[in-house]
Structures are given as C-alpha cells and as structure tokens.
Design a protein around this ligand. Structure first.
Ligand code: CA
Length: 230
C-alpha cells in the first residue's frame, strides 16, 4: 500500500510520514499541489492525504482535478478548521472523508484503515451488497434486515444502495441528490430528508440498530454503532 501526503507544514508532514511508515505503509510526501499532481501522474497511490490549505493551489481544487482525471482511490482531506462549509466543500470536491486538525494520530490511522478496507476490487460488479445485518440483492431487487424481508420503493432502494456502497463515509445532501436522483441540489428542497425519513421508517426500526445517522451541518452517514455486532 502506497500513500501520498500533500501537506505544506513540514512538521505535520514529517509526523504523518513517520507514523504511517511505522504502521507499514510506503509513504511519499510533498508540500505543493503541483508536485502532488506530477507524482500522481508517475506513481499509483492507494490513498491520498490532502491538506486543504496549500501554498499554490487549494486542496479542494486538486481533489476535483484528480477525480476528473479518473483517480478513484480514497482521498482523506485534512482541514485546519472545524468549519462545516470546509467539510461539505471537501466531500463535494470528491474527498471520501475529512479529519480536523489537531487530531490524534490513532484516529487518523483508523480513518486510513477504514478507507483502504472499503476499496474492494470488483465491488461495483457485485449483485449482492451486504453491510452489517442488511442484505441487498440488486438483481432480484430484494432487501433483508437480519433475514427479514423489507419492501422498498424504487427511490428508497436506490438510496439504500448508495448508502451501502458508501458506508461509513459522510455524505452531503448534494452528493446524495446527484448520485441517487441525478439532480443538482436545490438547497431549498427537503426532498432528500423526506426520502431518508421514509427509508429510516422501513429499515431503522426498533429493535434494530440505527444505521442512517445524521451528521449535523454536513448530511448523513450510513454506519453501524461502533460497539454493535450484527
Ligand atoms: Ca496547510
């Protein structure tokens, strides 16, 4: 596994590089966006740690460009502020997750591991999706939770499929709108929240653990409680 760190603060970059190398990853690092772009052209990386505030081009711009150029591996954004708009912009630009500085290294490592685990080759061709105690058969269009069938409408099914494919990743309303409805997000519209409530009433009912969780100011995350087992 080879990771790229894009971070202009030398101390932070060295701290990350040492910690990740100690955890067994091959690590390259750079402090500029332009070098990051040329490294990505010559190396293949399994994950990129990307600072938003860079001296030449913003990390948000790089994330967008990487995605436009077909980079599909995880991008973990490092943000200096806990500002909600930064997080939302990062996710909308194509990042998979974000972590706010200052952070504990263990937390960063846990996020990196989770993002790398989610990369399962050929996952997009699977016709059976599973997460926690939910199973979706994409061919037969059937859903089960703990083995019990659940009847979903076409839109609810699409929403659940998108959640499972992006499990444990914070998702903004505009990402959900674009990916599930193929719509540009209209911030005055509450259509996403309405459908998420429909879906919650079908899958997240007692005694089941709640999987659809609200991320305040950002959107939603589909995630089992940490201590729970299916
Ligand atoms: Ca910076």
């Amino acid at each position: 596994m080879r990771l790229l760190i894009v971070e202009d603060q030398v101390k932070m970059a060295e701290f990350l590089k040492k910690g990740l190398a100690d955890a067994g990853y091959k690590v390259d690092s750079t402090g500029t966006a332009s070098e990051a772009q040329s490294l990505c052209g010559s190396q293949s990386y399994d994950l990129i740690l990307l600072d938003i505030g860079l001296p030449d081009i913003s990390g948000l711009e790089i994330a967008k460009e990487l995605r436009q150029n077909g980079f599909t591996k995880p991008i973990l954004m490092l943000t200096a502020y806990s500002s909600v708009s930064d997080k939302v912009s990062g996710l909308d630009a194509g990042a998979d997750d974000y972590i706010t500085k200052p952070f504990a290294f263990d937390e960063l490592l846990a996020r990196v591991r989770a993002l790398l685990r989610r990369q399962s080759p050929g996952a997009s061709n699977n016709t059976l999706l599973k997460y926690f105690d939910i199973e979706m058969d994409l061919i037969l269009r059937k859903v089960k939770r703990s083995g019990e069938p659940i009847i979903l409408t076409t839109k609810e099914f699409g929403l659940l499929e998108y959640f499972i494919r992006n499990a444990e990743k914070p998702l903004t309303r505009s990402q959900i709108a674009q990916n599930v409805w193929d719509l540009q997000f209209d911030s005055d519209s509450n259509v996403i929240d309405v459908y998420i409530n429909f879906l919650r009433k079908k899958i997240d009912v007692t005694p089941h653990k709640k999987l659809i969780q609200t991320v305040v100011g950002v959107g939603y995350i589909f995630k089992a409680p940490l201590e729970a087992s299916p």
